[in-house]
Design a protein around this ligand. Sequence first.
Ligand code: DAT
Ligand code: MG
Length: 148
Amino acid sequence: MEQTFIMIKPDGVQRGLVGEIIGRFEKKGFSLKGLKLLTVDRAFAEKHYADLSSKPFFNGLVEYIVSGPVVAMVWEGKNVVTTGRKIIGATNPADSAPGTIRGDFAIDIGRNVIHGSDAVESARKEIGLWFPEGAANWSSSLHPWIYE
Ligand code: DAT
Ligand code: MG
């Protein structure tokens, strides 16, 4: 089953949105396979966002991510990468539809509350980086009520 890496950024933690965000993924029917609250250092944040290292906003982005604890998660389910991105909404909250996490809870692109992997391959890399110990191995007994 497909997995994605989801991270509630420091603003989401500070603003008390952790429960709300987890609830949206849970209620959709996805399964939580990894969860931890941690504060990462500069080198780790730079590795996570390595693909963006040439962007003018890279330094500010890294400072934002290291500015406080984040909630790192692995979520599992059919098409969870693409559907997770839909639940999160567009990168710039000005373009995120109401009903999405960024559309409902964010205003500025540099404080957009949440990260979600953009492809199955980047999800695999990000889960490896954030969860070197591996994700949890369990399956929900609700499975037949969610999947036909
Ligand atoms: P996403 O987080 O939607 O996958 P991304 O991977 O392109 O978007 O960029 C990572 C983060 O970098 C994004 O959540 C917010 C920040 N960012 C992206 N584009 C930006 C821009 N033009 N100005 C400022 N910050 C930006
Ligand atoms: Mg991205």
